[in-house]
Ligand binder design. Structure first.
Ligand SMILES: Cc1ncc(COP(=O)(O)O)c(C=O)c1O
Length: 398
């Protein structure tokens, strides 16, 4: 039987495959230290769960408006507008079942077949997958590993813009690098978007996971409000990954198109989940604040543990919940020249389970260095310390 060709262009999120390998190793009786998936092992704050239960009890279980219930659109407009110093109206919000759906819906709303879209690489793998699936041309831009952390290679990015370039995907508080833009970088990117008349998808999934400093959005810069769609999600900030609640926030002409896609694809996001979202945004924030406090202790434990592994070099990020160490010297010591084999041997010799650079978009041909990503969102401090000390023992034994 013949199958559709278009699915051959669809990528996937291979971090889930690492989770399956780790689960297999556990099932054989081994201890595994799960640093692979950007999920949280922390509970959704109780006030949010209670709001959902109350909504169900009140019968808020039917269809609702395609773009979201009015109170949630209003709450998001006010809260995000205030944080970013811009004015959003409810009409600028299209509620989604998670942050991820915003990527494909944004692309289908702005991109014609053959249009080029710039995206971060290494980056969240769904950008590349969705650009290609929707008949666009995926054009990666890269990061430089500098003394001040990872920074977008602006010259490289600029050199990739041409008359076919339609959109630019940005992810500040980046996954997997936890890279953050400086004010100058953000302004330079805004200037490029305006000069070349590009749409911008600003993926702000980790905007509120912050340990020091302040998150800023490109939408706050002059000339950006009318060309930017924000990807917002409740997943990380409120430990709600499995609830599937997020939003696209942008110009009305685009949000209307995205809402039309909602109508065609899921009709609406579960109504009682949206009511929980209203409580998350407008209710008591102590649960969300506590979450960030816990994550900060995990970041510190992860950095301390990595610094005890011979040959690893790592930046200390102030946001998101990932670190992205360079491991070439460690690999030389353990006799590896392939980072995937290094990760597999690390699992079988120390129980450490993590992703590598290869899980975050197709590597560029001239890339240097070997990198792994540790997510510390789903693992407690004692396990962080034990896992990294086992990894150090294995490397030291070589
Ligand atoms: C950069 C980035 N964007 C978007 C998402 C999607 O989040 P959600 O779970 O809300 O779909 C993730 C999830 O890991 C992410 O890392």
């Amino acid at each position: 039987m013949k199958l559709a060709d278009r699915l051959n262009r669809l990528g996937t999120e291979t971090a889930f495959a690492v989770a399956a390998t780790a689960a297999d190793w556990v099932s054989k009786g081994n201890e595994v230290f799960p640093f692979h998936l950007g999920d949280l092992n922390l509970a959704t704050p109780e006030n949010i769960s209670n709001a959902m239960q109350q909504a169900v009890a009140q019968g808020k279980t039917g269809y609702c408006p395609n773009a979201g219930i009015a109170p949630l659109r209003m709450a998001l407009a006010q809260s995000l507008g205030q944080q970013r110093n811009v004015i959003f109206a409810p009409e600028n919000i299209a509620v989604q079942p998670g942050g991820k759906p915003v990527i494909g819906k944004f692309l289908r709303s702005v991109m014609n077949p053959g249009d080029e879209v710039l995206y971060p690489n290494p980056g969240f793998p769904i950008y590349e997958s969705q650009i290609e699936f929707n008949d666009g041309v995926a054009v990666p831009y890269r990061y430089l590993d500098t003394e001040n952390g990872f920074q977008i290679d602006l010259d490289y990015l600029t050199s990739k813009i041409n008359t076919n370039t339609r959109a630019l995907i940005l992810n500040d508080q980046q996954n997997p690098l936890a890279a953050e833009m400086t004010d100058d970088e953000r302004q330079a990117l805004a200037d490029l978007a305006i000069k070349h008349n590009l749409w911008v998808l600003s993926d702000e999934a980790y905007f509120d996971i912050r340990y020091a400093g302040e998150s800023k959005s490109i939408v706050s810069l002059p000339g950006m409000l009318e060309r930017t769609v924000i990807l917002y999600t409740f997943s990380k900030k409120f430990a709600m990954t499995g609830w599937r609640l997020g939003a696209a926030i942008g110009p009305v002409e685009l949000v209307d198109r995205i809402s039309k896609l909602n109508t065609n694809e899921e009709s609406c996001t579960a109504q009682f989940v949206q009511w929980a979202g209203v409580e998350a945004i407008t209710g008591d924030q102590s649960g969300a604040n506590e979450l960030v406090r816990v994550l900060k202790t995990r970041r510190d434990a992860t950095i301390a543990g990595i610094n005890n592994v011979p040959g690893m070099r790592v930046h200390t990020p102030n946001s998101a919940f990932y670190v992205f160490p360079e491991v070439s010297q460690t690999m030389a010591r353990t006799g590896h020249d392939d980072v995937a084999k290094f990760a597999s041997d690390a699992l079988h010799n120390s129980g450490m389970s993590f992703c590598t650079r290869n899980h975050f978009g197709r590597p560029l041909s001239d890339e240097r260095g070997n990198y792994i990503r540790l997510a510390y969102s789903g693992i407690n401090n004692p396990q962080i310390e034990k896992g990294l000390s086992r990894l150090a023992d294995w490397v030291n034994s070589k």
